[in-house]
Ligand binder design. Sequence first.
Ligand code: NAP
Length: 480
Amino acid sequence: MTPGKRKITVLPGDGIGPEVVESALEIIKASGVAVEFEKCEAGARAFQKGIVTGIPTETIESIERTRVVLKGPLETPIGFGNRSANVNLRTLFETYGNIRPVRELPGVQTAFTGRNLDIVIVRENIEDLYAGIEYMQTPGVAEGLKLISREGCEKIIKLAYAYALAEGRKSVHCATKANIMKLTEGLFQRTFEDLAPQYPTIKSKHILIDNCAHQLAMRPEQFDVIVTTNMNGDILSDLTSGLTGGLGFAPSANIGNEVAIFEAVHGSAPDIAGKNKANPTALILSAAMMLRQIGEGKAANDVEQAVLVTLESGLRTSDMIGVDKPATTTGFTQAVIANLGKRSKVSPPKEYKKVEMPPSRLGVNVVLAKSRRLSGLDVYIESDLDPATLAADLEKLTLMSPLKLQMITNRGAQVFPSSGRRVSLVDHFRCRFVLREAATSFGDAEILSLLGTIGAAHRWMHIEKLQEFDGQPAFSKSQL
Ligand code: NAP
């Protein structure tokens, strides 16, 4: 290690990762910036060695030392196998904010060329369905937990505003599916609406995620910063990358209070790996974001500008529209190096201020309710009985309990008491029990007794307590 040089952990990654990362490293070196790289392993090779997280201890130690990572894409088996090493990295180092900027690039022809697109997706990076908590409830029914916390929402929404202020942006849209998921996506929307008045210089607006996708395809120039939950942001940012040339051009930063990880939005693209065909632009632009983060603003501008000049010159990789003789990954890299120090004619360097990270709160973050009440219990039961027969049996079994059966749903639709609709059923029922009129309260003893009685006759998988916080039901209603 050379004294005085800023250390950076480098994860070449899988598929096209090593090729595009090497391209970025050569350009960083040629920019003359005083940095030193610690190359480490993560992803497919680590999984092959039996490391279940996909992240070896030496890699974790390197990141703890350097706090800054330049990363290639990591492969994740689709539909089976270990949890994604990407998700593990983001969780391990609490990089809760995923910043995904796209803008119109000179020489990159798209359907939106000339509309000056300059959009940033700020994606929550830790929570939501990506917590990866899933269960097979029955052999034929899977369940995934969508976890959203007030703390997680506050952090990402404050980060989105901090980013908007640092870049002098005019508006922040919050994109959710709060009309359907009123508690999870609704919490994100409510937190946004609570915080927005603290940023009076920025126009704040909530938009439903499906309409947001539609508006992005129709009039993308109306958007500036879009803050959203993890899954929404993952999909939306691939969409926005498509507006400005495709995944080969979309950089990103995973930011937390301690560690920042810079990577392209794209994955390992195994179909073009090892062919010297991959477009390294996304990774090079991610490297420029990294240089800016470590205080090397001039080098960041030099690298970014050299990419723009290269694109302006007409050099194109094979993923671009209308290419006759595509440049190779290495050919494109050498052209960028040759253009270091030059400035784009159409897109001069932007002014960047440091993003003021919202302070992190340590310990367990608690949201208090003034009052709480336990009002019922949902018991999830696997059964091949028809709803009326199941209901009659449950009513008979629980006659002596302070709780009585109120309704049964199947995949969210009420099937007892019957709504009269014909519903195609699966063997997974949510059976809702509420306090009988004559009873005043119940607790864990009564719940355990009820489960013991039901469990003697039926296979139950899990339960949810029905709570009320400050007089408001803390659970969703059934859908008729
Ligand atoms: P992908 O790797 O992003 O590739 C999708 C397609 O986009 C490729 O087949 C290729 O299209 C094109 N493409 C992507 N990057 C390109 C580049 N730099 N230059 C030229 N073309 C590029 O998505 P995927 O196929 O869905 O995922 C593959 C693997 O990557 C999976 O294991 C997934 O889990 C992983 N992944 C990792 C990350 C990450 O590490 N952050 C992110 C996303 C996905 P053509 O077919 O037209 O060549």
